[in-house]
Design a protein around this ligand. Sequence first.
Ligand code: CP
Ligand code: NVA
Length: 293
Amino acid sequence: MKHFIDISDFNRKQLDAIIKKAKQLKKNPNKVSNKCHHKTLGMIFQKESTRTRVSFNVGFSKMGGNCIELNTSSIGFGERESHEDVLRALSQYIDVLMIRNDDHNILKNLSALNLIPIINGLSDYSHPCQILSDLLTITEKLGEIQNHKICWIGDYNNVLRSLIELQYIYNFKLNIVLPKEIVRKNKMKIIKNNNLSITSIIQDGVKSAHCVMTDAWISMGESSSKKRYFKNYQVNSDVMKNANRDAIFMHCLPAHRNEEVSSELLDSNHSVVWEQAQNRMFVQQAIILELLS
Ligand code: CP
Ligand code: NVA
């Protein structure tokens, strides 16, 4: 039984194969129109979602499958019965389950039961679907990621953890820019290597980067009290002037305009955020085909 819980569960060959499949799906979507016929994808969202919800649903439907979204309160997930018993019941009817929640350990425990494939649709710890589809976007826009410098500016959060796991596998240059209060709290958790650096000086991190990424300062479910640390860490056109001239700007979205990113940069030619969102669907289709194969 295979699951998609974290980038670090895979090796480069396996991730390359998913990206290759996603590229094929993007080029020729009709080739898989029947691959999930008579299959059902379940989705449980304990947090808000637009892209993940719609890209999984539409992507699975385009492969001929049915999708069922379960409202956590109407099934009493972990309350009416244990998470494990909900999964035991669901596995009698559905073929694959995507979960977005606030407790990564629950995802791990459920996948360990090996009843049906479980996909992490974002947890408090990581967001592997996002980062794998960002790899597709980077490959399309820039070429092989190993030859490029990526700069992350913002919080140490679920998306960054998956990005760091990707760096450990592909060994691309990754400069992480975190406010010093956030560095202090999290530095020990990030294992550095020759191509991974952490700084709190925005101009140092972004210098000659080919891709600049950010995300919300406050992730879903977090208190807004740490927002004050980020006031000098907005990504905008001035920041981008330090990057490579043709650098791309990425954001997993939703964006908070004029907080972590200026509205003008989000709408500029540097920004690839909408195609980045589109790529979620192809990569998730490829992940599902891999899990069901
Ligand atoms: N990037 C992302 O996961 O978007 P949603 O929260 O809208 O699903
Ligand atoms: N870090 C953000 C990502 C949203 C897709 C959050 O967890 O809210």
